[in-house]
Every structure is written in structure tokens, then in C-alpha cells.
Design a protein around this ligand. Structure first.
Ligand SMILES: Nc1ncnc2c1ncn2[C@@H]1O[C@H](COP(=O)(O)OP(=O)(O)OP(=O)(O)O)[C@@H](O)[C@H]1O
Ligand SMILES: Nc1ncnc2c1ncn2[C@@H]1O[C@H](COP(=O)(O)OP(=O)(O)OP(=O)(O)O)[C@@H](O)[C@H]1O
Ligand SMILES: [Mg+2]
Ligand SMILES: [Mg+2]
Lengths: 254, 254
């Protein structure tokens, strides 16, 4: 019964790269993952080359037209299935505001449609903003994976997010489990090491031991509509996401 | 009479890094730049360590309380001055919607308050979303500088932006000048070279000849609340932003 929201309000820190390769790793591990693309810029859907004729056939159809999530599920070439995004999803914030009812919609729908199944983990890719969509993801999941690129502003974003999550826990009166994972880690940079040390002190066991290295294969695979295991199975990027997958499974996060 | 919006709807491509170092280069060149931070995450303001007591003393005060822009100008330790951002600015989209009146507010205020002065170029740092705030920046500026990191999704974002700008030109019935600049360029990666070739074909002379190299000094300087010229004057990052500054000035963009 695993639902994970991949979120950090900083842009370009590897949310989509992490969602992509985690889904691929889960599928290769024999599971049947469901990706939910909650970024109106639809990068995960674009990488998977999911043909979306109109907003109605995406998560926008769920929010604006109350379509059933199960009707929106599509095959995901990367592995498992996906409910794609569409740029119309950017209207949802304006439509729905931030009331408690609107941030619980995804959680309730997943529950009512019994989308959560054993062996079928759900991974939600979010946009770089703590808006209605991302709040939907966080409340639906109860587990947040926070990619942090090894730089000053991304670390700040993570620390801000930590206090936001604590505040949200008071609202929902339950623990929101989280893991922080360093991405774009360049072992030759002193900055990378300093940042990991800072994060270790701050987040302790919530900071994954696995880091994702800066690796060109991770940047290339989306251009070929592939995950890194398919595009460059022997690359450092593939090894790192495999190690992350193993660690998250071993520690019961997935 | 230079107003430049630094925008790309992709996250983490170097908008803030470019705004920061362009402002520093302009100040070092003897000009008196004005930075406007239009990202509710206020990264530029954070890097400049601008103390902002409340939303009222930021661009939020302009949008929500109709405060005069001139009343909000502060000294910017990086160079020149800044009108800072504050996280309350994220409310503006909800408050104001996307009507023509609301996207012209910044343009009109700059004009009425005669903020635009010879020798005092304005540089507007935007958030990674084509929302009311970014539209304000684009319409206020008439000149858009688009950082493109050397990867698939950032290039897609630039191509999407190009068609958006063409559509906006129809609305405002005038040319929106633009320059595209490749950032995080890694000359050892074949992908970097392929991307530059694609962009050159697509954008021709609108693609800057200068690229900004992937350089650790550019990632480090924000952590020290500095621009790259102050933090690491002999670094490749400093050379590259200096070259970009020179090229933009020589081609009349600045
Ligand atoms: N470990 C890595 N090594 C090399 N390139 C990477 C790595 N992680 C991410 N990238 C590249 O960095 C860019 C940003 O990554 P990505 O799009 O996954 O971030 P994001 O957080 O989803 O961004 P956004 O905030 O725009 O949604 C992409 O081009 C991606 O290919
Ligand atoms: N040329 C470069 N070399 C090394 N690091 C860079 C370079 N350009 C940007 N960075 C780093 O990449 C990260 C993202 O850059 P930056 O914050 O400027 O992007 P952005 O487009 O403003 O992001 P956002 O969409 O979140 O506003 C920062 O940590 C920055 O220090
Ligand atoms: Mg993304
Ligand atoms: Mg920025």
C-alpha cells in the first residue's frame, strides 16, 4: 500500500528524473507501478510519450470534470501505468483554491476507487510549487520523497519543506513519512560533501544513504524517451537509482 | 531604457543565477541596475540577504496594497538596487487572474513612476511558471532573456516559450525581443554540443554565442551571498557571464 509523492518546491532538482527511474526500477523489480503526473508541464508524460488528446484525458479530467481516475489510466512505456498530465491542469489552482476539501480530492478518489493495491505502488511527480496539486499529492501519499540537488537553494527548499510538513502533520493529525535524497551529487566538489554533512545533521536517518550522482546518462535518457536502466544500464546513474530503490525497499518506505 | 525579463518555465535552468550575475556585471560596468524579484520563492532576494519584514515591503505590497514601486526599492549588496520578493507573492495569481488589466500592472507602474532611467537597466527574475507574475514581467520588459540548460526538457520549454511569445506579440501588437542563452554547458558532453546545434538551427541569431559553462563557482557563490565576480573572479563562470554581458551590450539587447 505504497503511495509516494516526489516533491521539492525548488525547480530542476531531479523530481521527474527520480520519479521516472524509480518507476522503472519498481517495474523491473516485478511490481506494477502507477505513475501520476501532477505537473501541468507534464514532463513525465512527455518522456513516456503518452499521447494525450485533450485535458479531459488527463488528471485535469479528474479535477475539472470529476472523471474517474481508473478511466484515465494508460500504459506507461517506462513500466507499469500512468495517469498523465496536460497543460490545462494549471487551471486547477484557480478553480479550486486551497480549502481542506480540495486538497483531499486525490486521497479520497484513490481510496474510493481502490486504486491502491498490493504490489502496485503509486508514485506522484509534482511541480515545483506548494500549490493545490502538490498538496493533493502530499495528502494522498502520506510519504514524501524529497530530491535535493547538492546546492544552497535546494537545501533551503528542503528545510522550508520540513517545517511545512510538520505544520501539515498538525492539520491531518498523522505522521507524514519522508525521505530526503541528494541528487546531482558531484563527488569532486567540496560543496557536495559539505551539503551532505549539513543534511545528515539536520535530517538524520531521514536522509537516504544513497546519493544520485551527476551523470550524463540521467540527462540523456529522457531525450530518448527512456529510463536510465534501458538507455545506459551500466552507467553510474543506473547503479545509483538501483541502490536508492533497494534502500527505500529495505527501510520499508516502498 | 532597458528592461529585461529572465524567464523559462522549466525549473532550475539558471534564471536566478543569470539575473544575479548579470546585475553584478552591469553594476561593475558602471551602471545602476534595478533588480525586481518576481519569484514568490524569493531566491534572488535571499542571495542578496535583503531583509524583508513582511509581504508589504516586497512586490506583494505593490500588487496587493498598490504601494508605489519606488517605495519598495532597497539597496542590493550585489550591485544597484532591488525590489525584493516575499512568499506572500504566491497569492497574487489567485487574487488577480490573467485578464489584460492585471498583466499590464507592472508595465504601467514602471512607466507612471518613471522608474526606467538611462543607465539604470531593470532585470526581472521570474518563477518557473507562465503565470500572472511572469506575464507582468514579459509585458513590462519587451525583452526576454531565456536561459536554457543543455538538456531535453529545458530545450522543449524554450520552444514552447517561443510559440507563446509569438502569440503574445499578436496580443500586444509589438515585437517582444528575445535572446536565448545556453547555461550549465558541459563541453565534455556530446549532448551539450548537440543541443547547441539544435538551438542554433531553431533560433539563429537569437541564440547567444556565449554559453555559460557548468562551473562550481556559480553554484557556490549564492551560498556566500555573493555574485561570481566577487566570489571567484578568475573562474570560468565569471568569464562566461562577463562575455555574456559584453555580447548583450554589443548587440544592443542591454
Ligand atoms: N543526477 C543527474 N545527473 C545528470 N543530470 C540530471 C540528474 N538529475 C537531473 N538531471 C537533469 O537535470 C534537469 C532537471 O531535472 P528534473 O527535470 O528531473 O528536475 P525537476 O525537479 O523535475 O524539475 P522541475 O522543477 O522543472 O519539475 C533535467 O534535464 C535532468 O535530465
Ligand atoms: N552554470 C552553472 N554551473 C553550475 N551550477 C549552476 C549553473 N547555473 C546554475 N547552477 C546551479 O543550478 C541550480 C539552479 O539554478 P537557478 O536557481 O539559477 O535556476 P532557476 O532557473 O532560477 O531555478 P528556479 O526555476 O527554481 O527559479 C542552482 O543551485 C545554481 O547554483
Ligand atoms: Mg519535474
Ligand atoms: Mg530562480
Amino acid at each position: 500500500m505504497t503511495i509516494i509523492a516526489v516533491f521539492n518546491q525548488k525547480g530542476g532538482v531531479g523530481k521527474t528524473t527520480t520519479s521516472l527511474n524509480l518507476i522503472a526500477a519498481l517495474a523491473r523489480g516485478g511490481l506494477d507501478p502507477l505513475a501520476i503526473d501532477l505537473d501541468p508541464q507534464a514532463h513525465l508524460s512527455i518522456i513516456g510519450d503518452v499521447p494525450v488528446a485533450s485535458g479531459s484525458d488527463s488528471m485535469f479530467g479528474f479535477y475539472a470534470e470529476s472523471r474517474a481516475l481508473s478511466d484515465l489510466v494508460r500504459k506507461f512505456t517506462i513500466g507499469g501505468n500512468i495517469i498523465p498530465s496536460h497543460m490545462e491542469l494549471s487551471k486547477v489552482d484557480a478553480l479550486h483554491g486551497k480549502g481542506l476539501k480540495s486538497v483531499m480530492r486525490l486521497k479520497n478518489a484513490i481510496h474510493e476507487e481502490m486504486l491502491e493495491q498490493e504490489g502496485a505502488p503509486i508514485v506522484i511527480d509534482c511541480c515545483p510549487m506548494l500549490n493545490v496539486l502538490s498538496l493533493n499529492a502530499i495528502f494522498a501519499s502520506g510519504k514524501v520523497l524529497v530530491p535535493i540537488s547538492a546546492d544552497f537553494l535546494s537545501v533551503r527548499g528542503a528545510i522550508q519543506l520540513e517545517s511545512t510538513l510538520k505544520a501539515l502533520e498538525h492539520v491531518v493529525k498523522r505522521r507524514i513519512e519522508r525521505r530526503y535524497v541528494v541528487t546531482r551529487y558531484d563527488t569532486r566538489r567540496r560543496m557536495s560533501h559539505e551539503i551532505v554533512a549539513q543534511l545528515r545533521e539536520r535530517f538524520g536517518a531521514e536522509l537516504c544513504n544513497s546519493h544520485i550522482s551527476e551523470n550524463v546518462s540521467l540527462a540523456e535518457s529522457p531525450a530518448c524517451n527512456k529510463d536510465v536502466f534501458t538507455h545506459a544500464p551500466h552507467s553510474q546513474g543506473a547503479k545509483d537509482y538501483d541502490a536508492l530503490m533497494t534502500e527505500l525497499a529495505a527501510t520499508g518506505f516502498i
